[in-house]
Design a binder for this molecule. Structure first.
Ligand code: SAH
Ligand code: SF4
Ligand code: F3S
Length: 500
């Protein structure tokens, strides 16, 4: 049933969105074909093994082969930057803290809102003097902007040497070696539609808490969103790979993982396991102490998942990020979100009933094309009715390729701005009241860092940032902290000493 429902949603969404030939998106591609044999070396290892390339990986290109990556966007991009650093380290590049120290600069850019391409050009422009000083300095653009703009970037800004897409990260060492070897500009932004999604997590210093990708891409085609065009079709990693990854991370000291995907709820392993099955397996078959996940889609968040969360609350945090985008059903339909206001509220009621002490956050768009004042007020009332502890709200921004960008009834910037400010004002007051419930409570805090002054930072299972006085030995431990001051973004407290 669930599978059929997802397939129906997918077909519906894709039919409404004609394929743009420029985007290399083949919506009919058979994603299950062409499995890579498990014993085949990953592409980046193969490329690093080739002796021609080794030459370039050992070449003096000035500045001690320093690589600087500037990252914008969501956690996917942050994770991708980690992957780029790991791969480039294998090609003898060393991470540096400033662009001035680098001989290779990469901008891993996001295009979800505002003027991303403009931002990239202005950042690259600032590197002109560095390029004059070191002619071997190469500049690349990746991430969702690289995928979206491809060779346009090179055409419009001669300082850019190479561009790569979101599906081409593993070929980065190879790409960089081509740029140095041939002294030519290179663009590699083709989606690997047929390749399965088999990637191990590459993170240099995972610390106490880290992210593990479980899906990539998105097939939902919300009419405002560029992600399906910049990240390609949705694919899931096999469940066995994810479990293996998590076990390795645990050996490296990780205590908490966040499973990551644009819509984790539509995860489907090759063997048919769904997201609830995956979550249950991670809870039961690994020693990870805490599990989080993001992002959920209201249309796919099902009762089975609610029960898995409730049954494994010792490990699975009671925090859910469930974007509703608009509180008005007409706007939701125009957004192609696949649920109405009433269905969303019913789901929240059910979640609150099944998952004890559930804490919620959400994403909201104000000023979507055609949104009237009354429809906006339904968004405001939704925030009040559900009682989110945190909201991430944005002014609608027309994105290339998306359906909503072509809607004729765009809302003017002044109105969008006023609506956003009003919404934040309402929520600020509400959030302040909501967090008072933490006052004098003792929360279990997983300590992530402690600074030289003994200020400890960690997060509670409710995803609250908690500060208290503590020592470095606490890093990686879960400790009880009694809350003495509560504001919407930060809780402060004191360590509860266990006297046995
Ligand atoms: N996959 C996630 C969201 C990814 S983008 C999900 O479905 O929730 C993160 C957020 O950016 C979205 O939830 C939405 O609120 C916002 N967003 C996306 N496109 C936008 C646009 N064109 N204008 C304004 N906000 C946008
Ligand atoms: Fe996909 Fe989320 Fe964008 Fe919708 S908002 S298209 S679910 S990434
Ligand atoms: Fe931005 Fe791409 Fe993430 S557009 S929000 S970096 S998926």
């Amino acid at each position: 049933m669930e599978t059929n429902q997802n397939l129906q949603n997918m077909t519906k969404a894709t039919e409404q969105n004609p394929v743009n030939a420029n985007l290399d998106i083949d919506l009919t591609a058979d994603l299950t074909a062409d499995q890579t044999p498990d014993n085949q070396l990953p592409y980046w290892l193969q490329s690093a093994e080739s002796s021609e390339q080794k030459k370039y990986f050992n070449q003096d290109i000035g500045n001690g082969r320093g690589v600087y990556i500037s990252t914008y966007g969501c956690q996917m991009n942050v994770n991708d930057t980690e992957r780029m650093h790991s791969l480039l380290e294998m090609a003898n590049f060393t991470p540096v803290q400033t662009p001035e120290e680098a001989s290779l600069i990469i901008i891993n850019a996001c295009s979800v809102r505002e003027k991303p391409v403009h931002k990239v050009y202005s950042e690259v422009g600032r590197f002109r003097r560095m390029k004059d000083k070191n002619p071997n300095l190469k500049i690349g653009v990746g991430g969702c902007v690289g995928q979206q703009e491809k060779d346009n970037l090179i055409k419009n800004q001669p300082l850019i040497d190479f561009v790569f897409g979101t599906d081409n990260i593993d070929s980065l060492p190879n790409l960089v070696s081509q740029v140095y070897e041939n002294q030519t500009k290179v663009v590699n932004a083709k989606f690997e539609h047929r390749a399965p999604y088999h990637v191990e997590t590459l993170v240099r210093n995972p610390g106490v808490s880290t992210f593990v990708n479980i899906t990539k891409g998105c097939d939902n085609f919300c009419t405002f969103c560029i992600v399906p065009y910049t990240r390609g079709r949705e694919k899931s990693r096999p469940i066995s790979h994810i479990l293996m990854d998590i076990r390795t991370l645990i050996q490296r000291g990780v205590k908490e993982i966040t499973l990551l995907g644009q819509n984790v709820n539509s995860y489907k392993s090759e063997d048919g396991a769904d997201f609830a099955d995956l979550l249950k397996k991670v809870a039961m078959e690994t020693d990870i102490e805490r599990i989080r996940y993001t992002t959920s889609h209201p249309k796919d968040f099902n009762e089975k998942l609610m029960h898995v969360m409730a049954d494994h609350q010792d490990k699975i945090c009671e925090y859910v990020h469930l974007p509703f985008q608009s509180g008005n059903s007409r706007i939701l339909e125009r957004m192609n979100r696949g649920y109405t206001r009433e269905q969303y509220i019913d789901k929240i009621k059910q979640m609150k009933k099944i998952i004890p002490n559930l804490v919620l956050s959400t994403d909201i768009i104000v000023g979507f094309p055609g949104e009237t004042h009354d429809e906006f007020m339904e968004t405001v009332s939704m925030v009040q009715e559900v009682g989110y502890e945190t909201i991430f709200a944005f002014m609608y921004s027309p994105r290339p390729f998306t359906k909503a960008a072509k809607f004729e009834d765009q809302v003017d910037d002044k109105t969008k701005n006023e609506r956003l400010n009003y919404l934040f004002d309402v929520h600020d007051k509400l959030a302040f009241e909501i967090v008072q419930r933490y006052q004098d409570q003792t929360l279990n805090v997983l300590v992530e860092s402690v600074n030289e002054q003994g200020k400890a930072f960690g997060r509670s299972t409710q995803n609250k940032s908690v500060y208290f006085v503590g020592s470095k030995e606490l890093i990686g431990k879960t400790v009880p902290v009694r809350i003495t001051s509560s504001t919407p973004n930060v809780l402060r407290g004191e360590l509860v000493l266990n006297i046995n």
